[in-house]
Write a protein that binds this ligand. Structure first.
Ligand code: MF3
Ligand code: CO
Ligand code: CO
Length: 287
């Protein structure tokens, strides 16, 4: 008898396979890219992530109520850090791969990962992204919002608005049992209408039991298939949309090598939610 190598299946149910397990295994047999069992959160894990999400949303609500011209980004860092500590949580960014602060504050042409500084004062007309990730009892929630300081130009206002629409359109495109890459196709289609650049070097990600898990959530269109989204998966969508080119570079002036700048140094915006996939689409766990 010919000895045949069995195809290695990625999905391994724990114990007797449930209906959900069987559906995933069937898709995998047909050649689909499926999540591992660990990416499908248990009800207990979902509750933990939900609680982390409540604190994380509280952090950004506090920033929303306090942020104004004349504040430094270091002031924002303190605000976030103290709120987090008062709620028994830990900022995931602090010390993460050498990141020196508790929150990312990215002003104007800074695409993401801006480092808070005493010398970075917020000024009238700035657009700033505040991105915070909370760890509560070992569970992670990750979200960011844009803030307009005072009033700004119509062009920057539109960028902030359309980027938020990109997130919302991405959320609608995220369907259970469909391809994660549907999200990026929908986002790219919307951004293209405005001739904006969709950043490709940074992506959304699975989240919840760790800071960055599978799958990679692309915000731009690709032809190849991606992972199937299954109820119980938790991930972010966090489009970074540039007014000009989609290209980005690392700021050479940043001694930590974290700050990402748009290629043409024109403004950039980003919005991020942590999302739970359900039987009927996504539920927001942190905004
Ligand atoms: N919060 C960012 C994200 O959305 C990651 C920031 S990593 C840090 O994935 F180290 F810069 F904080
Ligand atoms: Co994220
Ligand atoms: Co984030």
């Amino acid at each position: 008898m010919m000895s045949m190598k069995k195809r290695k299946m990625r999905y391994r149910p724990v114990g007797e396979p449930t209906e959900l397990d069987l559906r995933i295994m069937e898709l995998e047999r047909k050649g689909a890219i499926v999540p591992t069992r660990e990416l499908i959160k248990t009800p207990e894990q979902i509750e933990g992530i939900r609680r982390a999400g409540v604190v994380n949303t509280g952090v950004l609500d506090l920033v929303a109520s306090e942020i104004k011209a004349g504040m430094s980004t270091l002031d924002i860092d303190r605000l976030c850090r103290d709120y987090c500590a008062a709620h028994g949580a830990v900022p995931a960014c602090l010390g993460y791969e050498g990141f020196p602060m508790s929150v990312c504050t990215s002003i104007n042409e800074v695409v993401c990962h801006g480092i808070p500084k005493a010398t970075d004062m917020l000024r009238e007309g700035d657009i700033v992204n505040v991105d915070f990730t909370t760890i509560l009892d070992g569970y992670y929630a990750d979200a960011s919002r844009m803030f307009i300081i005072g009033s700004t130009t119509a062009a920057k206002e539109q960028l902030v608005r359309v980027t938020k629409e990109c997130l919302e359109i991405g959320m609608e495109a995220a369907r259970p049992w469909h391809d994660v890459h549907d999200i990026g196709r929908a986002i790219q289609r919307h951004a293209d209408k405005y001739r904006y650049g969709v950043v490709r070097d940074l992506t959304g990600h699975g989240v919840g039991c760790d800071f960055h898990e599978d799958p990679e959530v692309l915000h731009f269109a690709v032809r190849k298939p991606g992972m199937i989204l299954v109820p119980g998966m938790v991930f972010t969508i966090e489009p970074m949309i540039n007014m000009g080119t989609w290209r980005v570079f690392i700021d050479e002036d940043d001694p930590f090598g974290w700050e990402v700048i748009s290629g043409d140094e024109r403004p950039s915006a980003q919005w991020e939610h942590t999302l739970l996939m359900t039987e009927n689409g996504v539920e927001v766990l942190s905004h």
